[in-house]
Design a protein around this ligand. Structure first.
Ligand SMILES: Nc1ncnc2c1ncn2[C@@H]1O[C@H](COP(=O)(O)OP(=O)(O)OP(=O)(O)O)[C@@H](O)[C@H]1O
Ligand SMILES: [Mg+2]
Length: 246
């Protein structure tokens, strides 16, 4: 019997992470002593009221900001602070972390295909192999037929699917998404969330999604609730299988 699940190094680990913005009277404690592990192949939802610290947690996990206190570990390596063991955090981020935000933020003068190619090119993949990989991703996300369209010619859901294709371009072991369905109607939001579920299963990536959408919670392996900078894991009824046919 394999013991891999017992010994596996977490894709993401926060150890006692706090974040304070500002100083003195105006200081805001956005995160307070947050410790959490996310394993490969897990899809976790991060929920909580506005201002709870969800985006801040994602910024720490994605190495977009440094914690005030505590440590961020990625794939078993210290990724924050002066003693980090990942080399240049920007290069590590480009290669190992995919981001999806509420707004797709596609380059407006590039087609869907070119937007994905750009992400591949940044990591050194060009020419025919890049095109094949980009088309594979667009097909996987059901937007290949829109490859020659500009973002302005795509629906919100299509744009978001291109943004997910772009985020997956370099096969990142960690995918972070901040309210990726907030701008979509409930049906398209469900479709996009189902894609994250599929990505988790197919690629084995660890996926952390900030969401306010309580209707898609069945798709998550874990639910993390944030309130006022504190994180709590929700106990789930694991007997309920997700319905991913929508
Ligand atoms: N750059 C910043 N400078 C100062 N305060 C900040 C900064 N970014 C966030 N904050 C504060 O930190 C707290 C947590 O913010 P954060 O954006 O993480 O919340 P959130 O849970 O993502 O909220 P929302 O659901 O509205 O997106 C808030 O009080 C916010 O005002
Ligand atoms: Mg936020």
């Amino acid at each position: 019997m394999s013991t891999a699940s017992v010994t596996a190094v977490p894709a993401l680990e926060l150890r006692g992470v706090s974040k304070v913005y500002g100083r003195g009277d105006t200081a805001v404690a956005a995160l307070s002593q947050v410790s959490v592990q996310l394993q490969t192949g897990q899809m976790a939802g991060l929920l909580g009221p506005s201002g709870a610290g969800k985006s801040t947690l994602l910024m720490m996990a994605g190495l977009l900001e440094e914690p005030s206190e505590g440590e961020v570990w990625l794939q078993g390596r210290l990724a924050s602070g002066a003693r980090r063991a990942i080399g240049d955090p920007r290069a590590f981020r480009r290669a190992c972390i995919g981001f999806v935000f509420q707004k797709p933020n596609l380059v407006s003068f590039l087609t869907a295909l070119e937007n994905v190619l750009l992400a591949l090119e940044i990591n050194g993949l060009r020419g025919a192999p890049a095109k094949a990989r980009a088309m594979e991703l667009l097909s996987y996300l059901d937007v290949a037929h829109r490859r020659d369209n500009l973002p302005s010619q795509l629906s919100g859901g299509e744009q978001q699917r291109v943004a997910i294709a772009r985020a997956l371009a370099n096969r990142p072991p960690l995918l972070l998404a901040d309210e990726p369905t907030a701008a979509l109607d409930s049906q398209r939001g469900r479709q996009v969330m189902t894609l994250f579920h599929r990505v988790t299963r197919d690629t084995g990536a660890a996926v952390l999604v900030v969401t306010h959408d309580h209707r898609s919670l069945d798709l998550f392996d874990r639910i993390l609730d944030m309130d006022d900078g504190h994180l709590k894991e929700r106990l789930l009824d694991t007997s309920a299988a997700p319905s991913v046919t929508a």
